[in-house]
Ligand binder design. Sequence first.
Ligand SMILES: CC(=O)/C=C/C=C(C)/C=C/C1=C(C)CCCC1(C)C
Ligand SMILES: CC(/C=C/C=O)=C\C=C\C=O
Ligand SMILES: [Fe+2]
Length: 550
Amino acid sequence: MASLSFSSSLKPCSNNYSRKIVTRYRAKHDYNTDYQSRGLTISNVATKPPSNVVIPSKQDDENIKKNVAWTSVKQERWQGDLLVQGEIPLWLNGTYLRNGPGLWNIGDYNFRHLFDGYATLVRLHFENGRLAMAHRQIESDAYKASIENKKLCYREFSEVPKTDSFLSYIGDIAKLFSGASLTDNANTGVVKLGDGRVVCLTETIKGSIVIDPNNLDTIGKFEYSDNLGGLIHSAHPIVTDSEFLTLLPDLINPGYVVVRMEPGSNERKVIGRVNCRGGPSPGWVHSFPATEHYVVVPEMPLRYCAGNLLKAEPTPLYKFQWHPESKAYMHVMCKASGNVVASVEVPLYVTFHFINAYEEKDEEGRVTAIIADCCEHNADTTILQNLTLQNLRSFSGEDVLPDARVGRFRIPMDGSSYGSLEAALDPNEHGKGMDMCSINPNFLGKKYRYTYACGAQRPCNFPNTLTKIDLMNKTAKNWVDEGSIPSEPFFVARPGATEEDDGVVISMISDKNGEGYALLLDGSTFQEIARAKFPYGLPYGLHGCWVPKT
Ligand SMILES: CC(=O)/C=C/C=C(C)/C=C/C1=C(C)CCCC1(C)C
Ligand SMILES: CC(/C=C/C=O)=C\C=C\C=O
Ligand SMILES: [Fe+2]
């Protein structure tokens, strides 16, 4: 596989000086009053809380009337209690963590794509009906180096550090292949491992960062102790109390290595390998689904592109390329043996997020097919360009969000060559837009009925509703707050629940007036139960996890 080793001796930017941090913003509820006058060096930030590192930004001021969802986070951290309107169920005790790219500028230099932003963690701590909020930047090497050097030092999703000479260009290529110049900006998701460690993730393997869920301290890198190498993995591992499953795309010998890691271990073990059926490289695997006994490996025609990796300026599809001629496939690997037990051609598709998968059985209990659901963008790659900050920040009332649907794959397990892909319900039920999904985690890999996601109330340029989709009745209930952008609805089951939708849905809302709030909906009725206003609106965030009170 593409096991180019990472040389830690190569550093993209020299960062051997530290900068004093000056405070420019202070929230009403700041938890310490004396830090405003304090100058902290960046290396002290993790160990001397509270700090208030200013994110210098012209862009903030320029965008003051734009939706706060697409505006860089105002300050490095905040924590405090929130005033709750409504009632938080007393059974809801624990912490919801949400990660996402919340800082899109280095001084006056503005990033271009949503996925480029430096990671902002938000913490909602629920205890006995009360709610405390905190947010804080993850102290990745990429983030710290950008502050110390006042420039981009690592390759982000679309941003590439500038080179000043041909010689340094050659050096940069070496750093790309060694992995040294790749970002460790863990801005996509956060997971709680079976052993309790909490890890923030992105698509680069080096961007696996352990944090403390109580104070959002950056603890350090999650170091994989195996020799599997490689530079990239799926941004969405499947994590349960008993395992961590992920996919390592192999760019050299096009394929995917399926790996498992046990709680308490840092060693990924290979379950098996799937070779690509199309080419010239593996399809993008932002996420993948699994059933109780099988891992489903998607081979999407939107494929990694080595040529685009080398380019300094973003291409229309960034590091990827659309290869409809290579066709689309779904492979099924047995978790126990590592054997590929089905591999079918399917209609072309584009997805970031798989929702869930399960085994369909006949009367004798034999598995006849795998059903795998995803947020599917009608095989249209324009969604990637829709996520540029320029597009997100310039909503003019025109309906520019491409259509999306719940795409349901049926992968026959009888040796057939083809699988099907169809909309699981009429997409008009959720405004023909949908992404950022969650399910009741107790139904992971099992037959399930409900998914929660962001849907669309048109016209819009980004999903702007919360939707509860009933896959059995093929209907959806929608929640909307005019002009606001809600983040991924996250389902938390009520302890002892017997119904799949008995629980609450947590989301964070960013509005057009610069404000925001935490929102709690009833998982069954999809009605609001409680909300709590933030001291100021927060940028959009991506994925989260639940850390129950122990
Ligand atoms: C935020 C999100 O959902 C995705 C982030 C993806 C990232 C940061 C991907 C980064 C990459 C590189 C820096 C070079 C190699 C390819 C690729 C994995 C796309
Ligand atoms: C915001 C997003 C993907 C995030 C990846 O983690 C997709 C939004 C799609 C809109 O329909
Ligand atoms: Fe994602």
